[in-house]
Each structure stands twice: as structure tokens, then as C-alpha cells.
Design a protein around this ligand. Structure first.
Ligand code: 13P
Length: 237
């Protein structure tokens, strides 16, 4: 199981230091923390977490003010990076073309992309979840070689479940994750890891852990609360 904490921009520096101290007892070998860029060095130097980024530039090193390149992330020892998070698709208007470019930059630098996909509530209600996420996957994967696809981890995050306390039923998660795995197996003959994300918490983790088909979790709000995060990790040891 791979547990990934996406700490978004929730924490200031003192809060990051407090989080690191309060979670220092945890076995970090399968836990990835994706902090804001500005705290990556802090996590690398003062914690044992595997460290990921929340985003990456589409371009290489050069004249791109305000961006952070994959090569820069690699030079800090970053092992993973989220790409295509719905908050960036919706707010920064990122589309598959941008996500494809980012994935290529990451793989060139031996960083594993955590590729987020998911449907809006209206899309779920109209029964088009599989169409939406199938399109999100194929628009990117059709342009990649199989040796690149193998290194990608998918995070299925229904957008309506993010930060709302709502989650799909276990049966719904199983059906969607099975669809994702089958699609990639049939089309590219590759087995890929699929994480679930969206309101994962202390309250629902035992129920979610009953789903054997998922390979881990992408956790937002609960990844900044030391006790809750430690509890979720402890249920997956
Ligand atoms: P929450 O766990 O807060 O719903 O956020 C999920 C998420 O967006 C992780 O990337």
C-alpha cells in the first residue's frame, strides 16, 4: 500500500515542523508527503518521509519565472509528483496536453507521476464517470511508451468527494478502479497502481481498507493532522 499525503497549502512553517515532530515515530518507508515546494528541503532534511511535489513545470530549466522544474525537484531528492489534480484542472485550467508535458518532464528525471483523474458530481449523476476518466487516461497514455506508463501511479479522486466528507460506496470504488485497471491492461498490457483519494479519514478508513483492489490512498485534509494521519497509516501496516 502506498499512502500519499497531499498537504496542499494548508500549513505554515511552524505547523510543518510540528507535524514532522509529532509523526516522527511513523515507519515512513511507504508514506509519501507532498508538501508545498518551499518545505521540500525541510522534509528531506528533518524527516524520513518519501517526498513528493504537488505540481511541476511543463518545461525544463530556463527562463520560466515562478516555475519549478522536474530537474530541480530531482536535485532535491523528490521521488514523486502529483500531476493533473482537479484543483489545478479546474482553477488553473490544466488540460491533458499540460499534464502530458509534465509527466514527460517527470519521467525524464526519474520522478514518478501521481496522475490524478476523477469526475464532477454532474458527470457521476449522468452516469458518465467511466467516459470521463477513460478520456482523461487515454488522452495522456496514448502518447506515452509502455515503459513510461509502467512508472505512473494513478490516483482516482472523484471531485465531489474532495474535502466534502462524501465518498463513493465501496462497490462504486471497486467498479471504477476495476475499469481503470482493465482499460490499461487491455490497451497497453500493463498493470498499474491505482490509489483512491477524496475525504479519506479516520472515520472511513476501516471501511475503505476492505477494498482489496486499491493500492493505496491520496489524502488531503487528514494528512495535516498528525494523530489522524498516524492512525490511517497504522491501519495499513
Ligand atoms: P481530501 O482528503 O481533503 O478530501 O483531499 C483529497 C485530495 O484532494 C488529495 O489530493
Amino acid at each position: 500500500m502506498l499512502i500519499v499525503g497531499n498537504q496542499k497549502t494548508y500549513l505554515n512553517k511552524e505547523e510543518v515542523l510540528d507535524f514532522i515532530e509529532k509523526t516522527s515515530s511513523v515507519d515512513c518507508s511507504k508514506v509519501v508527503i507532498c508538501p508545498s515546494y518551499i518545505y521540500i528541503d525541510l522534509y528531506k532534511e528533518t524527516s524520513r518521509y518519501i517526498v513528493g511535489a504537488q505540481n511541476v513545470s511543463e518545461k525544463g530549466n530556463g527562463a520560466t519565472t515562478g516555475e519549478i522544474s522536474a530537474s530541480q525537484l530531482a536535485s532535491l531528492g523528490v521521488d514523486y509528483s502529483i500531476v493533473g489534480h482537479s484543483e489545478r484542472r479546474d482553477e488553473q485550467k490544466e488540460i491533458s496536453e499540460n499534464i502530458y508535458n509534465k509527466i514527460v518532464r517527470l519521467l525524464e528525471n526519474d520522478i514518478k507521476p501521481l496522475f490524478c483523474i476523477g469526475e464532477h458530481l454532474e458527470e457521476k449523476k449522468s452516469g458518465s464517470t467511466k467516459d470521463v476518466i477513460g478520456k482523461q487516461i487515454l488522452e495522456v497514455f496514448d502518447r506515452l511508451d509502455s515503459n513510461m506508463i509502467t512508472n505512473i501511479v494513478i490516483a482516482y479522486e472523484p471531485i465531489w468527494a474532495i474535502g466534502t466528507g462524501l465518498t463513493p460506496t465501496n462497490d462504486e470504488i471497486i467498479e471504477t478502479v476495476q475499469y481503470i485497471k482493465d482499460l490499461i491492461k487491455d490497451k497497453y498490457e500493463i498493470e498499474i497502481m491505482v490509489l483512491y483519494g477524496g475525504s479519506v479519514s479516520r472515520k472511513n478508513i476501516d471501511l475503505l481498507n476492505e477494498i482489496s483492489i486499491i493500492d493505496g490512498y491520496l489524502i488531503g485534509g487528514a494528512s495535516i493532522k498528525p494523530d489522524e494521519f498516524l492512525y490511517i497509516i497504522s491501519t495499513n501496516e
